[in-house]
Design a protein around this ligand. Structure first.
Ligand SMILES: [Mg+2]
Length: 441
């Protein structure tokens, strides 16, 4: 715990839904639910208007539809969220060299290194207020809730106290007064299972937890977890703000308009990506030991799995084999929106070919056809489209061979709705030009 409230936690409010409302003027002030829209879909984010009907993230979309049938259910546009996140993270990095992103819409900022004249309450409060105004300006009106405290734990609790669009400073010395009446689930690491175990032991609030001895907690929850909770219950948290390190890796990823469910297709895509990664490694005279796959599910959960080889490789066949193996461990039955392959742990030398193996890559080239919206005629609700005559818009709904589009953008007023045959050649998905990610070192 620090002497000053110099840890800042920023959390964008209802992020995915807020981006949709920014870019779709007709949805401003209305309930919006972003997430999986299929049968097994899960809510990723609900706008505050939808939350008043009891819709919240991680709820099944089916349940959300029954609670708020008139909400706009959108399948989400990851590119828009990523681009907006980049803008915000760049602002935070301009404010302090120590920024630790937790997700697309959340980060810690260490104010001890931000060049402020002092870290008194007035100074850090003014700094946070200015930062919030900058975020709103740079993102086209998104709001962020900010918390300031003497540790990461307290800053994160604080940012949640006055959501949305709030700013809360917890003055040094008042941490326990704030925490004691709160439920134990406010403590990082206390998920439903731990909370239930504590509840059965009669521990409901942080104050209850504070009264439990270290021995008792260790007996209840194990050494690491129990010990950690013992300290957090006393607001003792010295975890530093750790900036994201530049990962040295070569990777390739693809995002898909429709949820991929076919395993063979996914394996084919990974193999093709492995080939591209291997090609880039060879071109730059690099090889690496750790193969990673990245998989984004239909509800935007992003998973990565890695495997480290005994020696560095730059071969398509090896990278592809490991990547396909990593995929078999994941449950992708709900559909996949992004697949990627990367190689890290790079060495700028190539392993001597001791066994005289052919340097040629023996992997048989694979023919994979990625289903695009054009081929499959899948028009996901919320997706960006462009019509030759009408211009930019988004898919309002589709079915029975018809796709309905609302023609509007962030800069336009709420626009008109028109329907087209779903194979209308004038209508196509709109995708922004993506800069090549992760350039080779
Ligand atoms: Mg958020």
């Amino acid at each position: 715990m620090r002497a000053h409230a110099s840890v800042l936690h920023l959390d964008l409010d209802a992020f995915f839904a807020a981006v949709e409302q920014r870019d779709k003027p007709s949805l401003r002030g209305k309930p919006v639910v972003v997430g999986g829209v299929g049968g097994r879909g899960v809510v990723a984010t609900a706008s505050y208007e939808a939350r008043t009907y009891g819709v919240h993230s991680a709820m099944s979309t089916r349940e959300a539809r029954s609670r708020c049938p008139h909400a706009a259910f959108l399948s989400g546009r990851f590119h828009a969220y990523r681009d907006t996140s980049k803008v915000v993270m760049a602002l935070l990095r301009a404010a302090s060299p120590l920024v630790e992103p937790l997700s697309l819409d959340e980060a810690f900022v260490d104010l001890e290194h931000s060049g402020l004249p002092d870290l008194e309450i007035e100074t850090v409060t003014a700094f946070a207020a200015d930062l919030r105004a900058q975020v709103r300006e740079a993102t086209g009106g998104l709001t962020a809730s900010v918390g300031l405290g003497t540790s990461k734990f307290i800053a994160k609790v604080a940012s949640d106290l006055d959501k949305p669009d709030g700013l809360t400073v917890v003055p040094p010395g008042t941490e326990l007064t704030l925490l004691r009446p709160m439920r134990v689930s406010v403590i990082p690491g206390v998920g439903p299972a731990t909370a239930e175990r504590l509840r059965r032991a009669g521990i409901h609030t942080v104050e209850d937890l504070e009264a439990v001895s270290l021995d008792e907690l260790v007996r209840l929850l194990g050494k690491a977890h129990g010990g950690g909770l013992y300290h957090l219950a006393r607001a003792e948290d010295d975890r530093p703000v750790v900036p994201e390190r530049e990962a040295k890796s070569v990777s390739v990823e693809g995002t898909y308009d429709t949820d991929l469910t076919d395993r063979r297709l996914m394996e084919g895509l990974l193999t093709r990506q492995a080939g591209e990664v291997a090609g880039r490694l060879r071109k730059h005279g690099l090889s690496g030991r750790t193969v990673t796959i990245k998989v984004r599910l239909h509800d935007f959960t992003t998973l990565s799995r890695s495997s480290t080889l005994p020696s560095p490789t730059d071969r398509t066949s090896t990278i592809a084999r490991v990547a396909r193996g990593l995929l078999t461990d994941l449950d992708t039955s709900g559909g996949v929106r992004l697949l990627g392959v990367g190689v890290s742990g790079l060495a700028d030398w190539i392993q001597e070919d001791l066994f005289g193996e052919d340097q040629e890559d023996e992997e048989v080239p694979v023919e994979v056809e990625v289903p695009t919206s054009r081929q499959r005629r899948t028009w996901a609700p919320g997706m960006d489209v462009v019509h030759a005559g009408m211009g930019r818009g988004w898919v309002w709904g589709s079915g029975r061979g018809v796709v309905t589009v609302r023609f509007e953008t962030a800069e336009s007023p709420a626009g008109p709705v028109r329907s087209f045959a779903e194979d209308d050649p004038e209508l196509s998905p709109w995708v922004p030009q993506e800069p090549a990610e992760d350039p080779p070192p």
